[in-house]
Design a protein around this ligand. Structure first.
Ligand code: CU
Ligand code: ZN
Length: 481
């Protein structure tokens, strides 16, 4: 009789590929899955009865800003409680490296993500070494932020980079890729990068080609100019010969509701001659920094963070404006710098984008905010419970594929996102009938229902509704399993 470290018994195995779930057992030795199927002839040092539960590969969050939370809050309860075992960091142009402390406080909103400039690293090698020295509960990979490169290289951001600055940024990017970063991200929407022309981004993206790195973008415009921004994204991918990923795809602002029919058709067209993927989160509200010019385009705005008025976090902007006796926009000006949730999407668009076959699930959650968007705690359970089970947008197996093997393939995560012998033992044991997001806009920071256990690299990180305190996560370098 063969003996294993751990056997999960009588589970429904959902292997991450989209194949139908099947009943069976799964065995783990050390940090790897070693067998699955009927393991009646084997025994485990630890046996876990999973009757009535599903066992899936640990979820991979395709779009994260957990660069700093991994260091400051390595148990990362917000993500682990959802079943997430790997996070993709460095999105929207923002990474903690390569930046020198001597360059001063990074421009907003990069400053907030670096702990007001206190957590910056000269190189990706330094950042990865910090994660190796103080591991988190989850694995991570990281993109190089274009705005971080700009901060490191340029003294003003309201203009295109010069040829010399582009060369300097390219050298930093090349070094970061050699150190193990997986690609480049931009936040062309944000002030530190908004003046960067398409050509600047193409030049930088060329650095990625020999590494097989991806170009990931928070596009210049997700509102009225969303089609132009897609065209720009495709041009960057073609110009540099790289795969592109459109971050948190949406059609924001009332005037653009319904336009996902058009944008997904544009993506289908582009996909005939280049590689394009996207990620999305399952909510009709977005969240980003508090931007007075944006507040009137949203049905409702909730403040998530305010530097001048910390007590405003969690409150409705309309209520604050009434108390101040001013307009929404003036209230936002008083509360900035800060963050906000904007109700500016259409439910039909959200569903259409989630259901698109090339869409990965990414939370875009800001887990360190005092009153975050509920996506920080609820994205994955909401897709599995609300959108798959209750709304019937796609079968459970397809929902799991969009958060496991699809994402692993796009970001080059070898032997993850799938249940098979030899793969890493990143696992989620959950109840498909009970899984649900619990947090809402009023009380966002709440663990999901229906998540029984979560394992990273063969060690249990979440059980009985709480963190186990284990931190087996790895800072994965490009190409490394
Ligand atoms: Cu983002
Ligand atoms: Zn973004």
């Amino acid at each position: 009789m063969s003996r294993h470290d751990v056997i999960f018994r009588a589970v429904t195995l959902i292997d991450g590929t989209g194949a139908p779930g099947r009943d069976g057992d799964l065995a783990v030795d050390g940090d790897r899955i070693v067998a699955l199927g009927d393991l009646a002839g084997a025994s485990g040092t630890m046996e876990i009865d999973g009757s009535g539960l599903a066992l899936a590969p640990g979820f991979i969050d395709a779009h994260c800003h957990d660069d700093l939370p991994l260091l400051r809050n390595p148990l990362l309860e917000a993500k682990v409680s959802q079943g997430v075992t790997t996070v993709v960091n460095g999105n929207c142009g923002f990474s903690l490296a390569p930046m020198s402390a001597g360059r001063g406080r990074p421009p907003a909103p990069l400053d907030a993500l670096t702990g007001n400039g206190r957590y910056v690293f000269e190189s990706f090698a330094d950042y990865f070494a910090a994660l190796d020295a103080a591991p988190a509960a989850v694995n991570s990979v990281c993109l190089v932020g274009h705005s971080a490169l700009r901060h490191q290289t340029m003294d003003s951001f309201d203009r295109p980079a010069t040829d010399a600055e582009i060369a300097a940024m390219a050298a930093l990017l090349r070094q970061a890729m050699q150190d193990g970063a997986i690609g480049l991200s931009t936040g062309l929407f944000y002030p530190p990068a908004h003046a960067a022309p398409t050509t600047e981004v193409i030049e930088l993206s060329r650095v990625l080609t020999p590494f097989g790195g991806v170009y990931v973008t928070h596009m210049r415009d997700e509102t009225d100019g969303v089609a132009d921004s897609l065209a720009e994204t495709f041009a960057i991918g073609r110009g540099a010969g790289v795969a592109v990923i459109v971050s948190h795809h949406k059609c924001a602002g009332r005037a653009n509701h319904g336009r996902s029919t058009e944008t997904l058709a544009l993506i289908d067209d582009a996909r005939r001659d280049q590689t394009v993927w996207l990620d999305a989160y399952p909510y009709t509200a977005g969240s980003t920094f508090l931007q007075p010019g944006r507040v009137d385009n949203s049905a409702r705005v909730i403040v998530t963070r305010s530097e001048p008025m910390p007590e405003a976090a969690g409150r409705d902007l309309d209520d604050l404006a009434r108390e101040f006796g001013c307009t929404r926009q003036e209230a936002a000006e008083r509360l900035a710098p800060g963050g906000a949730v904007y109700f500016d999407m259409d439910e039909a668009d959200v569903r259409r984008i989630l259901a698109y076959e090339h869409t990965m699930i990414g939370s875009d959650g800001i887990v360190g905010e005092p009153h975050p968007h509920p996506r920080a705690w609820g994205t994955f359970p909401r897709v599995l419970g609300h959108y798959s089970r209750d709304v019937g947008l796609f079968p459970l197996e397809e929902a799991v594929r969009r958060m496991t093997s699809l994402t692993a393939g796009r970001f080059g995560l070898t032997d993850r996102g799938v249940l098979r012998p030899g793969a890493w033992a990143d696992l989620v044991l959950f109840d498909p009938a009970a899984i649900a997001d619990v947090g809402d806009y009023a009380r966002p920071a709440q663990p999901a229902a229906g998540i029984d256990q979560v394992w990273t690299n063969g060690r249990c990180v979440w059980r009985g509704g709480r963190s186990t305190g284990e931190r087996p996560g790895r800072a994965l370098r490009r190409g490394q399993a």
